[in-house]
Design a protein around this ligand. Structure first.
Ligand code: ZN
Length: 150
């Protein structure tokens, strides 16, 4: 209970530990106006609760200090399924063999197509000779279609 700007600690029948008293004393109190106290969510700038702010608060300190670097993905002007696939790649969540092994499932991590390197996401999409041949074929076909319309 507060009277005259001071907490009346003797109004309760027991002694509060100093750490609790310190927290109560450190809590800002409205001294002027008639507006009632409201709940504020300290993890967001506008003090409104959002799931994203709760998620950031729940993550370990070192992760949310660096921030999410993939927000650019959602700003790309393309199909949502492509944005979603890029988001999965950015979070290392495409189930290629290297990701599966890193999650504790026993399987061979080597690429079954080329048998020369680990099957990582970047290997499957770019570095594997079979992927490179696929991309060259698509680019070649696109250039063939392009010359047909000229
Ligand atoms: Zn390969």
């Amino acid at each position: 209970m507060r009277q005259g700007g001071e907490w009346q600690w003797n109004a309760i029948s027991f002694d509060l530990p100093p750490c609790i008293k310190g927290r109560i004393l450190a809590t800002p109190i409205q001294l002027y106006g008639v507006k009632r106290d409201t709940m504020n969510w300290k993890a967001s700038k506008d003090r409104e609760f959002t799931v994203a702010s709760a998620y950031n608060l729940a993550r370990p300190e070192e992760e949310h200090s660096s921030g999410f670097k993939g927000s650019w993905i959602w700003k790309i002007d393309t199909l949502p399924r492509i944005c979603h696939f890029l988001w999965l790649c950015h979070h290392n969540s495409v189930p290629v063999r290297d990701v599966i092994v890193s999650r504790g499932i026993e399987c061979e991590a080597v690429c079954p197509l080329c048998n020369s390197d680990a099957e990582t996401i970047i290997h499957v999409l770019r570095d594997c000779p079979f992927a490179a041949a696929f991309w060259r074929k698509i680019v070649f076909n696109e250039s063939q279609i392009g010359t047909g319309y000229d």
